[in-house]
Design a protein around this ligand. Structure first.
Ligand SMILES: Cc1ncc(COP(=O)(O)O)c(C=O)c1O
Length: 494
């Protein structure tokens, strides 16, 4: 058994046990060096590889024994700078187009440092950090034209926000007693989403104890949008079978191809059948900030709840998921509870207008609101909207280039910022699996990083352009890289 007393660390009860520095001046110098190093790194980002594999020596450093004695901050920072920083996941880099990940910003990074300094817990109580979160709730209402009754809450990401939305919808349909009694299978709760819905939605049904079989996956049309007539027919069939439809989930940007469901039509269907209407806006909802894109999202303002991520198109550093709820009373009904140790007071630190812990599942909550506030305040929503519009213009240009290249094929329509395509060779018949090899090779070369997906059963190269730093030169590098590697693979086949 490890003795933490060894070396006399805790032997003398009178010794100084604070973790604050003994020499604040030295700490200050080291802190400034760390900040400068990080800024240097970010400034030189385009010249660095988007990704490179970490050497085993770096991995070995993180398989070390539990430290009993301290290491200096300078030495720990050197390990981070030399062994972690160069081997990140690449999403800050302009050549990153994989999956759906935001690039973050310098201002967001600085705000995160301030938030860590303050170390506020936003579960509740009366303090200014909660006012900052309330400001974000009000701004978010305004962005999506939600009413004054709307509430909102930061969560890790849209996976969590979708899960919370399922719980809200369940409580709205069955009443608050479901919290004590659970969901009885006799009620046969059923919900609806398109076959393209993100995998976190079925997982939310597992976690909520409702079960994935109760989530009906409705087919999509040729543009990847939920077939609203098929949806209506399925609801009518389910009602006739004695089920209790309670929720319909629309996608404001499907994960695979970026398709936006007809949200206004989903609202009408939800009204017609008394369903909660939730929108998964992880990928696209912040597209409303771009004047050109906003019309695509008509109906989003009528959702009962909307999940989205400030850490994707909002460019806030990870993580900053958000759930906006049309009536905050639904959140209270689902989460508020009494606890002796959380007794409220009329005044003092235990006061405060509302406590976030009553509106969502978390009691310990970090200050995600600060980096979001800094991002919105220091860039303004116009700049964010312009960067979103620019991402979509790059995606449209990429699709046009693909259609001009005889050896490439566009595999899905481009509605927003996601482009799925494949290398098909000059005769149009190379094995589709070649595309997996092309993507692996692109990652190894380190200039651009798209991801892989499957579209209509075919492996596809997927470029999801989310980063504000991505430029036309990065898109050109992607196409040139695919053409070069594709023709090499093609030759290998001969
Ligand atoms: C459409 C969609 N929904 C949900 C999610 C999950 O969001 P998060 O990764 O923030 O949990 C994603 C992630 O990319 C997504 O694209």
């Amino acid at each position: 058994m490890l003795s933490l007393q060894s070396g006399g660390l805790l032997e003398d009860a009178t010794q100084q046990t604070t973790l604050d520095p003994a020499d604040w001046q030295a700490l200050r110098r080291q802190g400034h060096r760390m900040l400068d190093d990080m800024l240097d790194y970010l400034e030189g980002l385009p010249q660095k590889p988007v990704w490179q594999p970490a050497p085993s020596s770096a991995r070995a450093l993180f398989d070390a024994p539990l430290p009993v004695e301290p290491t200096s901050l300078a030495d720990a920072h050197a390990i981070f700078r030399d062994q972690v920083l160069p081997y990140g996941s690449g999403n800050i880099h302009p050549g990153f187009m994989g999956w759906v990940q935001g690039g973050g910003t310098v201002n967001g990074m600085l705000a995160e440092m301030l938030a860590a300094g303050l170390n506020a817990n936003l579960g509740g109580r009366d303090h200014m950090p909660i006012e900052v979160e309330r400001q974000i709730v009000r701004w978010t209402r305004q962005i999506f034209s939600f009413p004054e009754t709307a509430g909102g809450i930061f969560l890790t990401g849209t996976s969590q926000a979708n899960f919370v939305a399922v719980l809200l919808a369940r409580t709205r349909k069955l009443g608050a007693t479901v919290r004590a009694q659970g969901v009885s299978s006799e009620r046969k709760l059923v919900a609806y989403a398109s076959s393209e819905v993100h995998g976190c939605v079925p997982r939310a049904f597992e976690m909520a104890g409702i079960g994935t079989e109760q989530l009906r996956r409705i087919p999509v049309n040729s543009r990847g949008q939920i077939d609203v007539d098929a949806l209506d027919r399925q609801i009518i069939r389910d009602k006739a079978d004695g089920c209790t439809p309670f929720l319909v989930i629309g996608s404001a940007g499907t994960v695979n191809t970026g398709a936006v469901d007809d949200l206004a039509a989903l609202r009408r269907i939800a009204d017609g059948h008394d369903l909660h209407f939730h929108v998964d806006g992880a990928l696209g909802a912040l597209g409303v900030l771009s004047n050109d894109l906003a019309p695509l999202f008509g109906g989003i303002e009528s959702a009962d709840s909307l999940a989205f991520d400030f850490h994707k198109w909002g460019q806030v550093p990870y993580d900053a998921g958000f759930l906006l709820v049309r009536d905050s009373a639904w959140q209270l009904q689902t989460f508020a509870s009494d606890a002796a140790y959380l007794t409220r007071a009329a005044t003092g630190l235990a006061g405060g207008e509302w406590w976030p812990c009553d509106y969502g599942p978390d009691l310990s909550r970090g200050f995600r609101a600060l980096k979001t506030w800094f991002t919105l305040k220091t860039y303004g929503v116009k700049a964010l909207g312009d960067s979103i519009g620019a991402n979509c213009a790059l995606a449209r240009g990429l699709a046009e280039r693909i259609e001009r290249e005889p050896t490439l094929r566009l595999l899905a329509p481009v509605a927003l910022n996601v482009v799925c395509f494949g290398y098909v060779g000059s005769a149009g018949d190379v094995p589709a699996e070649i595309n997996s090899r092309i993507v692996e090779q692109l990652h190894a070369e380190g200039r651009v990083a798209p991801s892989l997906t499957i579209v209509n059963g075919r492996p596809a190269i997927r470029a999801a352009i989310v980063n504000h730093r991505t430029q036309q030169t990065d898109i050109d590098a992607l196409v040139d890289g695919v053409l070069k590697l594709g023709s090499q693979q093609d030759l290998l086949q001969c």
